[in-house]
Design a protein around this ligand. Structure first.
Ligand SMILES: *[C@@H]1O[C@H](CO)[C@@H](O)[C@H](O)[C@H]1NC(C)=O
Ligand SMILES: *[C@@H]1O[C@H](CO)[C@@H](O)[C@H](O)[C@H]1NC(C)=O
Ligand SMILES: *[C@@H]1O[C@H](CO)[C@@H](O)[C@H](O)[C@H]1NC(C)=O
Ligand SMILES: *[C@@H]1O[C@H](CO)[C@@H](O)[C@H](O)[C@H]1NC(C)=O
Ligand SMILES: *[C@@H]1O[C@H](CO)[C@@H](O)[C@H](O)[C@H]1NC(C)=O
Ligand SMILES: *[C@@H]1O[C@H](CO)[C@@H](O)[C@H](O)[C@H]1NC(C)=O
Length: 358
C-alpha cells in the first residue's frame, strides 16, 4: 500500500490556480505560549508575527514539517503550552499575533481571528458590505476556508514524547484532541485525555488543520513546546500512531486507536490515500480532522498502550489494537503478522526516553 497518492492532481492544480487568482492570502494558526515562530524567524519580540499562518502546499518534508523553518525558532527555555491531563487548554486562532492577547496587551483582539468585528454567527448567508465573500463564495475574513461555523473542517492537537526538535518526525506525534467546527472564533478550547507526564524538558505538541476546500487545498501545522500538567503516575503511555484513513461512507474503515497527523497536498510525505470521486458534499475528498477520517470530537481516549508510563527508556510501548481496512483486528507487537504490522514498521518507530518518575 502506498500513502503518497494524489487524487485528481491535475484537477486540483487547476482549482488552485483559480483560487490564487482570487487573491485570498491571510490564513490561520493557533497562537499560544510555547509556540515556535511566535516571533517569526527571530528572537526579538515580534508583536505582528505571522510566519506560521502561511499555508503549506506542494512542499518537501523539510519545508512543511512543523512549518519548516519555524522548527529553528522555538520558544525561550522554560516556556511551555500547558496541557492539563483530563482537562482542557485554550489557544487563540488568528491570522496574526497582533489579534491575540500575546500582543498589545490584547488591545487589538476581538472575538474573531482577524481582529475585526463580525456578526455573531458570521456566515456567507449574512451580507456584510465590508467583508464580501471570496470569489468561491466563502467567508473572506477571517480566511477560515468555510461558509460558516458548521462548515469549518476541524482542527487538532498532537503530542510527541520525543522532545528533540532535530530528531522528531511525523510518526512521533499522536493526535490527542480534535475540536470540530474550527477554525472559526479566536478562542479555541481543546479537551485533553489522560495523558502521562512528559520527559524532563517537556513534550512537543503540534496544531494541525486541513480545510475542507473553500480555497486552495493545503494544510497547516505548527509546533509548540508543551508540558502535560497534573498527570497521574499510573497514566498509560501513548502508543505509536498510524496514519488515519478515509472512512466517510464506511465507518468500519476508520482507524480506531492512535492516529498520526494527516499529511496531504505536499510534494512528499503524504500519508493518506484518498478515494477516487467525490465526498458526500460533492467536492473532492478532503482529509480533515473529522469523522471522514475517523476522528471523534474532543479528547482522543483510544490512543493509549497497556503500558504504564514512564516505560523503560528507548522501548516502544505496545500498540493498542487497531482495526484496519480489509484485514482483521490485530494487536501489533504480537506474533500475528499482517499488512498492518508492515505499515506500523514503516510509520510507527519511536525512540523515546522518559524522565524518571518524580
Ligand atoms: C510542485 O513542486 C515541484 C517542485 O518541488 C514543481 O516541480 C511542481 O511543478 C509543483 N507542482 C505544482 C502543481 O505547482
Ligand atoms: C475547561 O476547564 C475548566 C476548569 O476545569 C472548566 O471550568 C471549563 O468548563 C472547561 N471548559 C471546557 C470548554 O471544557
Ligand atoms: C449562534 O451560534 C451559537 C452556537 O455557536 C448558537 O447557540 C446560537 O443559537 C446561534 N445564534 C443564532 C442567532 O443563530
Ligand atoms: C454552512 O455552509 C454549508 C456549505 O455551504 C451549507 O451546506 C450549510 O447549510 C451552512 N449551514 C448554515 C447553518 O448556514
Ligand atoms: C521523517 O519521516 C519521513 C517519512 O514520513 C522521511 O521521509 C524523512 O526522511 C524523515 N526525516 C527525518 C529527519 O527523520
Ligand atoms: C535510539 O536511542 C538510542 C539510545 O539513545 C540511540 O543509540 C539510537 O541511535 C537511537 N535510534 C534512533 C533511530 O534514533
Amino acid at each position: 500500500m502506498t500513502f503518497s497518492t494524489y487524487t485528481s492532481f491535475s484537477v486540483r492544480a487547476a482549482l488552485v490556480a483559480t483560487v490564487l487568482a482570487s487573491g485570498s492570502n491571510a490564513h490561520l494558526v493557533a497562537f499560544s505560549k510555547g509556540m515556535f515562530c511566535k516571533n517569526d524567524y527571530g528572537t526579538a519580540d515580534a508583536p505582528n508575527a505571522a510566519a506560521a499562518i502561511n499555508p503549506l502546499w506542494n512542499l518537501t518534508w523539510t519545508d512543511w514539517f512543523l512549518h519548516g523553518k519555524c522548527r529553528q525558532y522555538g520558544p525561550p527555555a522554560g516556556e511551555f503550552l500547558n496541557i492539563p491531563a483530563n482537562g482542557n487548554f485554550t489557544v487563540e486562532i488568528a491570522s496574526n499575533r497582533a489579534w491575540t492577547t500575546l500582543s498589545y496587551n490584547g488591545g487589538k483582539a476581538t472575538d474573531w481571528p482577524d481582529g475585526k468585528v463580525h456578526p455573531n454567527n458570521w456566515s456567507t448567508n449574512i451580507v456584510d458590505a465590508n467583508f464580501p465573500p471570496t470569489s468561491n463564495g466563502c467567508i473572506s475574513s477571517p480566511n477560515m476556508h468555510a461558509h460558516n461555523e458548521s462548515d469549518a473542517a476541524g482542527t487538532a492537537f498532537a503530542i510527541s514524547y520525543n522532545n528533540d526538535i532535530n530528531t522528531v518526525n511525523v510518526s512521533d506525534f499522536t493526535v490527542f484532541s480534535v475540536l470540530p467546527n474550527t477554525p472559526y472564533r479566536r478562542i479555541a478550547t481543546y479537551q485533553v485525555p489522560n495523558l502521562p507526564a512528559c520527559p524532563s524538558g517537556g513534550c512537543l505538541c503540534a496544531w494541525a488543520w486541513i480545510p475542507n476546500h473553500c480555497g486552495q487545498d493545503n494544510m497547516y501545522q505548527n509546533a509548540y513546546r508543551c508540558m502535560v500538567t497534573g498527570a497521574s503516575a499510573t497514566a498509560k503511555a501513548v502508543a505509536s500512531p498510524v496514519p488515519a484513513q478515509w472512512c466517510e461512507s464506511d465507518q468500519s474503515q476508520c482507524i480506531v486507536g492512535p492516529k498520526q497527523m494527516t499529511i496531504q497536498f505536499q510534494a512528499q510525505g503524504n500519508n493518506v490515500k484518498l478515494p477516487p470521486g467525490f465526498q458526500k458534499d460533492g467536492s473532492w475528498p478532503s482529509p480533515g480532522y473529522n469523522a471522514k477520517m475517523g476522528f471523534k470530537a474532543g479528547a482522543q481516549t483510544d490512543i493509549f498502550s497497556s503500558v504504564t508510563a514512564p516505560v523503560t527508556p528507548n522501548t516502544c510501548p505496545a500498540a493498542a489494537p487497531v482495526t484496519i481496512t480489509q484485514t482483521v483486528t490485530v494487536t501489533v507487537g504480537g506474533s500475528t503478522a499482517t499488512s498492518k504490522a508492515t505499515r506500523r514498521s514503516m510509520f510507527g518507530k519511536r525512540n523515546v526516553s522518559f524522565a524518571p518518575e518524580k
